[in-house]
Structures are given as structure tokens and as C-alpha cells.
Design a protein around this ligand. Structure first.
Ligand SMILES: Cc1cc2nc3c(=O)[nH]c(=O)nc-3n(C[C@H](O)[C@H](O)[C@H](O)COP(=O)(O)OP(=O)(O)OC[C@H]3O[C@@H](n4cnc5c(N)ncnc54)[C@H](O)[C@@H]3O)c2cc1C
Length: 388
């Protein structure tokens, strides 16, 4: 594939970033690409591939080397998610949830004992999941109903979570429950839960439109016993854990959508140069050229917003508005690019024999998870209008 993207100080990569991106790109092409179609059809992620993510040090990108991680910055996670999603958005989200939500929460809110117990595992072979949503609480996440009651040295959790990414393969879950519904959001508490804890069960797996190889399941907690030492952060401060991790996680979804749009457009550009109608490649028609130019421009803008938010985060500068903008805009662009690439392929784009339709299906999730597009607009509006 040609690298036709524009250059700017934001998208210019350091030597280290370039080497890292190239290695992930090569790996994705060689190892993931051949499995994409079958994993999508089966609705199941290849377990050997998941193992290779750990071997490639993609599952503990920001975890310090002292805990067995790669010791890199947040921007590297963004590059990894983009490159993987360029080939398969399911691969992208598995790595994204691990790095930008689970590891991020453990690094930021874990005490030394928790870091010692979990970080080395997360870097070397344990997959994580992030469980906030419930059937009745999505956008209104703090209306969650899962209860946590202190009994001696344990919390007993009861309730159900819905839509939890990685649930089939994950061993560790960052899960949110309330210690007292009367306290409202101030009762919400984050817990580190292991799949093996008594009373914990993974329920129904969703059969989805896109990112089909990424597992999305219900979680059932029936008198689930969680030791007190597995409270993550302070009791009643789970709302802070969830808001702050999701603020960063959103940049990851921006990167996933940039990757999806980029992979789709790569195929589109290649196809219009090869496909002949009226005795010439369709790329010679100005209507096609202008569509490609428009999509490439939109994609570049989405990438700039995403990289900007990630670089702000690494520089410890305010990034919440920029992160919401990156997710909002990139998911909009991914849907537009992938939809138009289906059309550039003509009838072939509508079949499963070509990758265009899968990119289109995969793009749709960007506007939904980790805060819908309307929720991003709400955050942006509050910050622009100065209400926060
Ligand atoms: C494939 C997949 C994977 C997921 N993975 C995870 C995961 O790993 N962990 C997790 O915790 N959750 C996960 N989710 C859940 C996801 O974050 C929620 O679906 C999302 O936040 C939306 O919540 P909801 O589905 O309840 O929709 P609702 O909140 O019911 O929204 C329905 C519609 O109403 C709109 N709306 C709601 N409130 C307002 C408002 N105030 N103003 C304007 N419009 C509004 C929304 O934008 C949306 O269009 C996943 C979901 C999916 C589909």
C-alpha cells in the first residue's frame, strides 16, 4: 500500500515512533490480515494471535519496564491501535481496552500492592476488560445498579453488566458498582475482579454488526466475593476513576476509527486505479478523483485531531475537549470514508468477497461506545461554553 498521507509536525513521527509503527504495521499485515475474514465470520478472535500481541509487547505499552511492560508513552498505544485497526478493528479494540482503559486505571489508581499483583500479569499474558455499562445505564453511566456490600473483609457484589468488550478472553475486570445507591455518583466504587472469584460469571455473548471478532458479553455477579484489597482507588471515588480513564480511552477510539478509515481508503485508492470502465481506470474520472481527495482530507484532519489529543496527554496538558473532538470527528469520518469506499467498489463493495463492507460495518461502533457522539458533543459544548 502506498503511504499517501500528508505530513505535519503532529503526524511526523520520531525515529522510535516510526520504528514502532512500522513493526506493528508489518505484524498486522503478515499475521492478522490472513485471519481477518475467518475471524469476522466466526465471531471469534484467534487465541494464538492474542498470545502474539503479548509477545510483541503490545499489551503493556505504558506499563513501566520494572513491572515487565514496554515503558512507553500514551502516543505509542495510539499508534498501535491505529495500525492494528487499519487491518482489523477487532484487533485494535482488544489492544485499546487493555492499554487505554485497564492498564491505565491500574497505573493511575492502583496502590503498590495492586500494581505488583496485576501489572506484570497484564503485560505478559492476562487480558483485561472494563465493565461500567449496564442494561439501564449507558450514557447515564452513573445510574448503575450493581451493588457492593461490605461483609467483613470482603465486598459482596450483585448485579449485571452489559456490553463488556474482551469478556470471553479476559481474566481481570475493572468493574464499577455502588456501595450505596442513596449516595448517587458518590457511592460508585471501582473493583479489580478476577474471573475466578466466586459468584462471577460471563453471560450471553452478543452477535454484532461489526467488530465481530471482539467479544462483547453480559457479566453476572451473584454474591460475587471481592477482597477489600481489590478496591481500586478510594471507596466512593469510582466515578472519578471511570471519567478519567474514559477521557483517555476516547483518544484510543479516535485512533481505532482513523485506522479503520485509513485501511478502507487504502483499498479504495488501489481499486480505483485498477478498475476499468469506459476503456480506462476509473481513477481517471474527475468525480472519482474528487471523492478520493475529499476522503483523504477528512481522514488527515481526523488523524491530526487524534494525534494532537494524544500528544497533549503525554505532555500533561489539558486534553479532555480535544479527546472528545478526536473521537467525535474520527468516528464521523470513518463512517463516511468506509461508506463511500463501498460505493467506489461498485457492486463488488457490497459483497463479502472484498474488504470494503467489513470496514463499513466496523466503523459504526465508533459513534456508540465510550460515549456516543451526542455525549462527546455535550462534553465539547460544556468546555467551549465554559461550564466546567
Ligand atoms: C460493541 C460494544 C462494546 C462495548 N464495550 C463496552 C465495554 O467494554 N465496557 C462498557 O462499560 N461498556 C461498553 N459498551 C457500552 C457502550 O459504552 C454503551 O452502549 C454506550 O455508552 C451507549 O449507551 P446505551 O447503549 O445504553 O445507549 P443510550 O445511553 O440508551 O443512548 C441511546 C441514544 O440516546 C442518545 N442519548 C442518551 N442520552 C442523551 C442526552 N442526554 N442527550 C442527547 N442524546 C442522548 C445517545 O446518544 C444514543 O443515540 C459497549 C457497547 C457496544 C455496542
Amino acid at each position: 500500500m502506498s503511504d499517501w498521507s500528508a505530513q505535519s509536525p503532529l503526524t511526523c513521527l520520531s525515529d522510535e515512533e516510526q520504528m514502532f509503527r512500522d513493526s506493528v504495521r508489518e505484524f498486522a499485515q503478515a499475521k492478522i490480515r490472513p485471519l481477518v475474514h475467518s475471524m469476522d465470520e466466526a465471531g471469534k478472535f484467534d487465541s494464538a494471535l492474542l498470545r502474539q500481541f503479548f509477545d510483541m509487547h503490545l499489551m503493556g505499552i505504558e506499563i513501566p519496564e520494572s513491572y515487565g511492560g514496554a515503558g512507553c508513552g500514551f502516543f505509542m498505544s495510539i499508534l498501535a491501535v491505529e495500525e492494528l485497526s487499519r487491518v482489523d478493528a477487532s484487533a485494535g479494540i482488544i489492544v485499546d481496552v487493555q492499554n487505554t482503559l485497564v492498564n491505565n486505571a491500574l497505573l493511575r489508581w492502583g496502590n503498590e500492592d495492586q500494581k505488583k499483583r496485576y501489572l506484570a500479569r497484564m503485560a505478559s499474558g492476562t487480558l483485561g476488560a472494563y465493565a461500567l455499562s449496564e442494561a439501564g445505564s449507558g450514557s447515564d453511566a452513573f445510574a448503575l445498579q450493581t451493588r457492593a456490600e461490605l461483609k467483613g473483609k470482603r465486598y459482596i457484589l450483585n448485579g449485571q453488566k452489559l456490553w463488556i468488550t474482551n469478556a470471553v478472553e479476559a481474566e481481570v475486570f475493572i468493574l464499577f458498582a455502588t456501595v450505596d445507591p442513596a449516595l448517587g455518583y458518590k457511592g460508585i466504587t471501582a473493583f479489580i475482579i478476577e474471573k475466578s472469584f466466586p459468584g462471577f460469571q460471563v453471560g450471553k455473548k452478543e452477535d454484532k454488526l461489526g467488530i465481530r471478532a471482539s467479544s462483547t458479553c453480559e457479566l453476572i455477579l451473584e454474591n460475587c466475593e471481592v477482597p477489600c484489597e481489590n478496591v481500586l482507588g478510594d471507596v466512593g471515588k469510582g466515578y472519578k476513576v471511570s471519567i478519567e480513564t474514559l477521557n483517555e480511552g476516547r483518544i484510543g477510539i479516535g485512533a481505532q476509527m482513523v485506522g479503520v478509515a485509513s485501511g478502507s481508503l487504502d483499498y479504495g485508492v488501489q481499486y480505483v486505479k485498477e478498475r476499468e470502465q469506459f476503456g480506462q481506470p476509473i481513477a481517471r474520472f474527475q468525480a472519482i478523483q474528487f471523492q478520493v481527495a475529499e476522503l483523504a482530507t477528512q481522514l488527515e484532519a481526523a488523524r491530526l485531531l487524534t494525534y494532537n489529543a494524544a500528544r497533549l496527554k503525554d505532555a500533561h496538558l489539558p486534553f479532555v475537549k480535544e479527546a472528545a473532538m478526536a473521537k467525535y470527528f474520527s468516528s464521523h469520518v470513518a463512517e463516511k470514508v468506509t461508506s463511500q469506499v463501498v460505493e467506489l467498489f461498485g457492486g463488488y463493495g457490497y459483497t463479502k468477497d472484498y474488504p470494503a463492507e467489513k470496514y463499513f460495518r466496523d466503523s459504526k461502533i465508533g459513534k456508540i461506545y465510550e460515549g456516543t457522539s451526542f455525549m462527546q458533543l455535550q462534553t465539547i459544548a460544556k468546555l467551549v461554553l465554559g461550564e466546567r
